[in-house]
Design a protein around this ligand. Structure first.
Ligand code: PMP
Length: 439
């Protein structure tokens, strides 16, 4: 038990959590260093999901800590509207070094959800500026996750995230990319690229003159690491080009190294028009998101403007380009580059792949294993009709064993920090194997 009183526990309505269950036996994290948390009993716990896909560099990184504490003392806050501070421009340029060439105009937000909102608003506004004001609908994908805002849940495709909330934006969904027969594929499957052609059916139904953008995660994270089949993203790109529809990659999880590349776009060799990002940009230390736009989109907004922002883009957040987040971002992205971590993940991905697929024999309840870069998703069959029961039990058992992993829907998700050693991967996989074998 923790030292917190019942009233303290009850006062905090926890996000995406089973509050009643949690508060009966709270799992309280007290500190973090490198790849490990410590709980309030002093137990060391391996961080098997890098926070929430946020802390690839591990925790308590000296250079980031220093950048943040210096910034706090120098400029703690500054308005981002009509006035600026140097670090936001430096960070914008630094981010472009991680983006595919051409995506060189960076808008700052405070989170992944705000990044998605920004991308979708700009997509609509872009078409209106070009004289195509009817292009307002969006196409997402089944099992996609695009944040917790009204726009994010509308284009998102995880039904449980939507059911309570009623009508969202005018959004339609491509089928997910998990084709039957591809279970236990290592990396990208060879089957299923034709699923991108479902976009043609949606275009026939709604007409391209009404569709602003398609938004997909290059690799779905929250739904359990769903890797695109070979050729799928390329086909989406072709269809979007043919029909004048913007293609948005939501790279809140895949940008900055996780895929063994600077971005998912680079890993999969397809360049979208817009990329949303967050999480790893500051190594999770301070909330921040960003959106990269191709230059032509930015230029379209710059054609009319001058001093009057209403004529350019009336959009932004109080915490856009927050100076402390910018300082953390600069330090964090410099570390990624100096330690060549995207390349390290690429080099390690074969070892990771073999390790995670070795789990298959540990339980008949495992119905699929997927992997890419330093990420993996393991699907477990339902228990008493409840898909989420077994993953939940595994995650709790792993916590008791000293490992934090995430459960979501019918999957267990693992994505350790980029600095993880092979021996730590072995320990994580051994513990998971033991846990699965009791199912
Ligand atoms: N998009 C994707 C792909 C995500 O994975 C997430 C967060 N898991 C979001 C958007 C939302 O980000 P945030 O929680 O920072 O709003």
């Amino acid at each position: 038990m923790s030292n917190l009183t019942k009233n303290q526990l009850d006062s905090h309505w926890m996000p995406y959590s089973g509050n009643r269950e949690f508060k009966r036996d709270p799992r309280i994290i007290a500190s973090a260093d490198g790849c490990y948390y410590k709980d309030n009993h002093g137990r060391k716990i391996f961080d098997g999901l890098s926070g929430l896909w946020t802390c690839g560099l591990g925790h308590n990184v000296e250079s980031i800590n220093e950048a943040v504490s210096n910034q706090v003392r120098t400029l703690d806050y500054s308005p981002a509207f009509q006035f600026g501070h140097e670090k936001s421009f430096l960070l914008a340029e630094k981010i472009t070094e991680f983006m595919p060439s051409g995506l060189n105009r960076i808008f700052f937000t405070g989170s992944g959800s705000e990044s998605v909102d920004t991308a979708l608003k700009v997509a609509r506004a872009y078409w209106r500026k070009k004289g195509h004001g009817t292009k307002t609908k969006f196409i997402g994908r089944v099992k996609g996750y695009h944040g917790a805002g009204i726009s994010g849940f509308s284009v998102g495709g995880i039904p449980a995230n939507r059911t309570l909330y009623g009508q969202g934006l005018d959004a339609y969904h491509l089928p997910d990319t998990q084709a039957p027969g591809t279970e236990f594929t290592k990396g990208m499957s060879e089957i299923g690229s034709d699923r991108a052609n479902a976009l043609l059916d949606l275009i026939t139904l709604h007409d391209a003159s009404n569709i602003a953008a398609v938004i997909v995660e290059p690799m779905s994270g929250s739904a359990g690491v769903i890797v695109p089949p070979q050729g799928y993203l390329k086909r989406l790109r072709e269809i979007c080009d043919q029909h004048n529809i913007l293609l948005i990659f939501d790279e809140v999880i895949t940008a900055f190294g996780r895929m063994g590349a600077n971005s998912g776009a680079e890993a999969f060799g397809v360049t979208p028009d817009i990329i949303t990002m967050a999480k790893q940009v500051t190594n999770g230390i301070i909330p921040m998101g960003a959106v990269a736009f191709k230059q032509e989109i930015y230029d379209t907004f710059m054609e009319h403007g001058g001093h009057d922002y209403m004529l350019e883009l009336p959009h932004g957040y109080t915490y856009s380009a927050h100076p402390i987040a910018c300082a953390a971002g600069l330090a964090s992205l410099s570390e990624l580059q100096e330690q060549q971590l995207p390349q390290r993940i690429k080099d390690m991905s074969g070892y990771w792949e073999e390790a995670v697929h070795s789990l298959r024999s540990s339980s008949d309840c495992i119905t699929d294993i997927r992997n890419y870069g330093l990420a993996a998703g393991i699907t477990l069959s339902a228990l008493n009709g409840q898909p989420a029961r077994r993953p939940y039990e595994v995650a709790m058992d792993m916590w008791a064993k000293g490992f934090y992993v995430r459960y979501g829907g019918d999957t267990i998700q693992i994505a350790p920090p980029f600095i993880t050693e092979r021996s730590e991967i072995d320990s994580l996989i051994n513990a998971l194997g033991e846990s699965f074998s009791t199912l």
